[in-house]
Design a protein around this ligand. Structure first.
Ligand SMILES: Cc1cc2nc3c(=O)[nH]c(=O)nc-3n(C[C@H](O)[C@H](O)[C@H](O)COP(=O)(O)OP(=O)(O)OC[C@H]3O[C@@H](n4cnc5c(N)ncnc54)[C@H](O)[C@@H]3O)c2cc1C
Length: 422
């Protein structure tokens, strides 16, 4: 039996721990914060607990769904066929088998001319013919321009999808990762494009049930337990701060935290060099609590094209609660919070009509929400040059951008590498 330590109780670390625990390993999770979940967690506000930022799941998140089934929380996601609504545009995918769902959905889309629809279909066909692989990576904006996607098509369809998935403006985003996202969502099985909306607190969606699963399997989850350094005194590892020795370590921290933790391990110098080239992208969420429910025409509503905010009805957390979310960098971050709130209230009222009185509001900015998903970004492998030390997290090598599914897949992969060697 290995003694496996997982450093970091975000979704990657907890995914690794659940996978190991399910295969009989006694694992110890060490989490620096008082709570689990990392960048996808609940925070207390106004007598309730809201998400640190609205999280959206899609049907293609297969590993996430598998692990949620395992820990008994998958029922907390509400499945709906894709329905993208922004002012003057709507793409709704019918419940038909692939590829008819996309073909007919595009054909019936509101707010696009026939030429736009044909160009969008031709773009998807061209990507399909080349297996969604590009000869070389380039900015997503350049790929769309090469495929003669009109300004309206980009603004209403491609930019909202790219910015939501990659959290990076189109001009800076990796076209290859954008293609991967399109392959697994719009061009996947019909159910892959479904939206999965979390109902209830984010903590209860996976972090809490995952920790309970690990404990019931004989493992341990320590909170408020920051690892300060990792060394290799002999065959195994010593984790300073937690005062723990382990045969195997899965390091599942935010990539910005790696350099400080790896200073005593020269074998990891290349990994440090890679992550030190990363730039970060923020996500802003404005929580609005109204005196009565706001009738959004669909749970999720775009308030403009391009990189504009999206509104989410969150009556499941409290009646009259709405989250307004803006991905990636932009002038909204420099706007005075009170003025920004007024701007977004005006956009919301324009979309749904007069709003009930506002009781409370809160602005949350996650400055390092994700790495900027740039073309050819170097991403380290899960296995490192140091036997027994593994890296998990949304930044490790994989098809996905910085997302829950990317994080979960990386954790599961680390667990499998350890199990193969047991
Ligand atoms: C506001 C917001 C909205 C988002 N929206 C979406 C979305 O809609 N859909 C989607 O799929 N993804 C979304 N994401 C991205 C997603 O949340 C992340 O990709 C994912 O949560 C990353 O998980 P992780 O485990 O790799 O890293 P993290 O969540 O960063 O976990 C790392 C953990 O390690 C802990 N830690 C750090 N240092 C130490 C140490 N020294 N010792 C012990 N513990 C340590 C941290 O406290 C943290 O809990 C969003 C992110 C944000 C911030």
């Amino acid at each position: 039996m290995n003694r496996v330590a997982v450093v970091g109780g975000g979704w990657a670390g907890l995914a690794a721990a659940v996978e190991l625990a399910a295969h009989g390993e006694k694992v110890t999770v060490l989490e620096a914060a008082r709570q689990l979940g990392g960048r996808a967690r609940s925070v207390p506000w106004d007598g309730i607990r809201v998400d640190n930022g609205q999280h959206l799941f899609v049907g293609a998140y297969r590993e996430t769904l598998r692990l949620m089934e395992r820990v008994g929380s998958a029922h907390r996601l509400e499945r709906r066929p894709l329905d993208l609504r922004v002012p003057a545009f709507r793409l709704r995918l019918p419940t038909l088998p692939a590829p008819w769902h996309l073909a007919l959905g595009l054909l019936a889309a509101h707010g696009l001319g026939v030429g736009d629809k044909l160009r969008a279909a031709a773009f998807m066909q061209a990507l399909k013919r080349q297996g969604f692989r590009l000869d070389r990576d380039l900015p997503a904006a350049d790929l769309l321009a090469r495929h003669r996607q009109s300004e309206r098509l980009v603004d209403r369809l491609w930019a909202p999808i790219c910015v939501a998935a990659l959290n990076t403006p189109l001009e800076q985003a990796s076209a290859q990762v954008f293609c991967n996202v399109l392959r697994d969502s719009l061009a996947g099985e019909r159910a892959d494009s479904d939206l999965l909306l979390n109902r209830g607190e984010l903590d209860n969606l996976f972090p809490g049930p995952a920790a309970e699963f690990v404990r019931l399997a004989g493992g341990e989850v320590r909170r408020s337990c920051a690892v300060t350094a990792i060394s290799r005194p002999g065959a195994g590892f010593h984790l300073a701060g937690a005062d723990l020795d382990a045969d195997r370590v899965i390091l599942a921290v935010h990539p910005a935290r790696l350099p400080a933790l790896l200073t005593d391990l020269p074998e990891l110098a290349d990994v440090i060099r890679q992550v030190e080239t990363y730039a970060w992208q923020p996500i802003l969420t404005l929580w609005l609590r109204f005196a009565a429910p706001v009738a959004l025409p669909f749970t999720m509503l775009g308030l403009g094209g391009g990189q504009s905010p999206w509104a989410f009805a969150r009556d499941d957390l409290a009646p009259g609660l709405v989250a307004v979310v803006v991905s990636a960098e932009g002038p909204h971050l420099r706007r005075d919070p009170d003025a920004l709130k007024k701007d977004y209230l005006a956009l919301l009222a324009e979309a749904v009509g007069p709003l009930p009185p506002l009781l409370a509001w809160k602005r949350i900015v996650e400055k390092r929400a994700t790495y900027a998903c740039a073309p050819d970004l170097p991403r380290p492998d899960n296995a490192t040059p140091l036997p027994g030390l593994y890296l998990a997290g949304d930044y490790t090598r994989g098809d996905y951008p910085a997302t829950i599914e990317g994080a979960v897949r990386s954790g599961v992969q680390c667990a499998r590498l350890i199990l193969e060697k047991s």
